[in-house]
Design a binder for this molecule. Structure first.
Ligand code: NAD
Length: 249
């Protein structure tokens, strides 16, 4: 591990505008299962497709019930050592942006400023109107649901409310995609952590950064399809390794 930490610290030391790219593995040390863990929430139930959510009130009810069942979990989870180390790298000006596939709000919660976090798959800690994009709070929707058996419509335009996440079948968010592309193209280092790098288009950003001249480092428990293109591959746990690398800077 010492050699790995030293190599990662060396790459970070040389970086002036690194981009961190994170997936579900970033948050397993906070107690949120990743996509592939046996028994994980995502493996137990078929996800509600976006088209069904729009077309079918029953699908919306199912989706909200599942979300409310997770509420205590989402409210209790805390950033882990890895999130804090990333926040420290942003604070020191080593990392310009954190591009994340996670919806758990933990990069924000660890103190990374909102304009430095790019959430490709949205955020489950609040809801948005699908028509006017007004924000709505989960607690308000939950109270309404308990009373009426349905989520409320948007109080501004009457549109359908949905958690502010990107569902299967839903278009990727244009603004976030553009910000992620700009950050990847400008990066001198792309540090991937906790992603299997199989979910596209998100997994295209590390390759894009690499093609544009950035170095590519991958810190993940398991192999990924982009390991052969990386300048540094570490198979291990994010929290202890990144914490040690930041300490060594
Ligand atoms: P993934 O589940 O496909 O891959 C996670 C990777 O992280 C795996 O290769 C695993 O070996 C690795 N990993 C797990 N814990 C680790 C640790 N402590 N240290 C190092 N590596 C670790 O995740 P993905 O690539 O993000 O794709 C899954 C999709 O599901 C994403 O689109 C994401 O939006 C969504 N999702 C989000 C969350 C969340 O918000 N926390 C959780 C599960 C799934």
């Amino acid at each position: 591990m010492d050699e790995d930490v030293a190599a990662l610290a060396a790459l970070l030391r040389q970086a002036r505008r690194a981009v961190v790219f994170t997936g579900a593995g970033m948050s397993t040390e906070s107690g949120i299962p990743d996509f592939r863990s046996p028994g994980g929430i995502w493996t137990k139930m078929m996800p509600v497709q976006f088209q069904d959510y729009i077309a079918d009130p029953q699908a919306r009810r199912l989706s909200w019930q599942r979300r409310f069942e997770m509420e205590d979990t989402w409210n209790a989870v805390q950033p882990n050592a890895g999130h804090h180390a990333v926040a420290e790298l942003v604070k020191r000006g080593v990392v310009s942006h954190v591009i994340t596939q996670n919806i758990d709000n933990l990069h924000h919660a660890s103190g990374v400023p909102a304009d430095r976090v790019i959430e490709l798959h949205g955020n489950t800690s609040y809801a948005k109107c699908l028509t006017c994009e007004a924000r709505a709070e989960i607690a308000d929707i939950r109270r309404h649901f308990a009373r009426e058996g349905d989520a409320p419509d948007c109080k501004f335009c009457g549109g359908i409310l949905k958690t502010a996440t990107i569902s299967f079948g839903q278009a990727m968010p244009d603004a976030e995609m553009a910000r992620a592309e700009a950050a990847a193209l400008a990066a001198d280092l792309c540090l991937v952590m906790g992603s299997s790098l199989v979910v596209y288009p998100a997994a295209g950003f590390p390759v894009l950064a690499k093609k544009a001249g950035a170095r590519l480092a991958i810190l993940n428990r398991e192999e990924t399809p982009q390991d052969p293109y990386a300048d540094l591959v570490i198979h291990g746990e994010i929290g202890p390794i990144l914490t040690a690398a930041v300490k060594a800077l």
